[in-house]
Design a protein around this ligand. Structure first.
Ligand SMILES: [Zn+2]
Length: 153
């Protein structure tokens, strides 16, 4: 319950940041290209959407990135997410599961097989949930910062 409340607050903050970033985008001088909004790209990435339009799906299977956005035709094949999303997934899942494992063991001393089953299923489920979303975030970050081939001419 507390977690879902925190999640809602997080989304609300992102929306606030989008509004702020849109304002700064229009304030740039006309010689430079408008800056790509990082917070918008990260939010769209988390939703597994194209970092530019936020409508087209970013992924064409569980983890494969579309070469181009099916909606706005933005080139997405320039990304080099590599093992970044997996690294972030392990980092987050580890920092959630390890303290919980400690807490569950100290507080309740469950049967080893029960403890193992709950935490194995929990770790796998959380990893499968996070991995494509963190890949979206990594691709969104690279797009917003014009890394690799995402540079505009
Ligand atoms: Zn798009």
């Amino acid at each position: 319950m507390a977690r879902s409340g925190a999640h809602t607050t997080g989304v609300h903050l992102h929306r606030h940041e989008i509004m702020r970033d849109t304002q700064t985008d229009t304030a740039t001088d006309d010689t430079a290209l408008p800056q790509r909004s990082l917070s918008r790209a990260l939010l769209f990435g988390w939703r597994r959407r194209c970092p530019k339009c936020g409508r087209g799906p970013l992924l064409r299977s569980y983890l494969k990135v579309h070469d181009r956005c099916p909606v706005c035709r933005e080139e997405l094949h320039h990304h080099r997410a590599d093992d970044g999303p997996a690294y972030l997934t392990i980092l987050i899942v580890g920092h959630i599961m390890i303290p919980l494992l400690h807490l569950a063991f100290v507080r309740w001393r469950p049967e080893p097989l029960v403890l193992f089953t709950i935490f194995a299923v929990g770790a796998v489920a959380l990893s499968l949930y996070l991995l494509p979303r963190l890949k979206g975030i990594v691709v969104g970050f690279q797009w917003a910062r014009e890394m690799h081939g995402f540079t505009r001419s």
